[in-house]
Design a protein. Structure first.
Length: 226
């Protein structure tokens, strides 16, 4: 199954809103860090329901937002959820971003970058469209150090890229982006039951669940265009 088919099915089932709810636990902290000025142009790669652009529009006053997703159904849903003409959504691929060179102030991606068929080329595309000094905020839960995420590949037919912290930094630099920041954002919103309620349907021990959400959380890598 292709990325498009997989996520069309998710969107048709309403799973886009479920992803939004889960991702928001850590996305809100990463979005708050973005050095956005009023009127900036922001691109969201793998926009899903479009929640990130709507949040940036409401809280930071972005001028234009463009949400790109490989799923036509995700894009259709995001349009329905959005009530401003300053945010647009389009169907597209990560390997050929439909934006001019040096035309975008910031790029954001949450839980989508690892679906890129050629992640190194995607980073080159991000570097190409960013203005000098523009930033790429890349947030992922599926990464090498997060051992609790490795099994996710078994649950989805799309081949995903699982990089380590260092591999992300190296790939950003290889694409011509400076690495300005990298850290893990803990999910402090998810409720973790007391130890005597384990094992659960998903976790053998409370320690494993704590490690997954409080220690590993979301890996955020920030690149800056020269």
């Amino acid at each position: 199954m292709s990325v498009r088919d997989e996520f069309d099915a998710w969107a048709a089932d309403g799973r886009d809103k479920g992803m939004e709810d889960r991702h928001w636990h850590t996305a809100k902290y990463a979005l708050a860090r973005m050095p956005i000025e009023a009127g900036d142009t922001v691109v969201d790669l793998g926009t899903g329901s479009g929640y990130a652009l709507r949040a940036l529009y409401d809280t930071k006053g972005i001028g234009k937002g463009f949400g790109l997703d490989g799923s036509p159904q995700m894009v259709a849903n995001a349009r329905d959820y959005t009530d401003t003409d300053d945010i647009s959504y389009l169907v597209g691929d990560f390997d050929d971003l439909p934006f001019a060179d040096d035309s975008v102030d910031h790029v954001w991606s949450m839980e989508a970058f690892y679906y890129a068929p050629d992640p190194h080329h995607t980073l080159e595309e991000v570097a190409r469209v960013l203005k000098p000094g523009g930033t790429f905020y890349c947030a992922v839960n599926y990464y090498e150090e997060n051992v609790h995420s490795h099994q996710w590949q078994d649950n989805i037919s799309i081949e995903m890229t699982r990089w380590s912290h260092e591999e992300y930094r190296e790939a950003f630099r290889d694409a011509g982006l400076y690495v300005a920041e990298q850290d893990s954002i803990a999910d402090v919103d998810i409720e973790i039951p007391p130890a005597d309620e384990f094992p659960t349907d998903s976790w053998e021990t409370r320690e494993e669940m704590v490690e997954r959400y409080r220690t590993f959380g979301t890996l955020l890598t920030v690149g800056v265009a020269p």
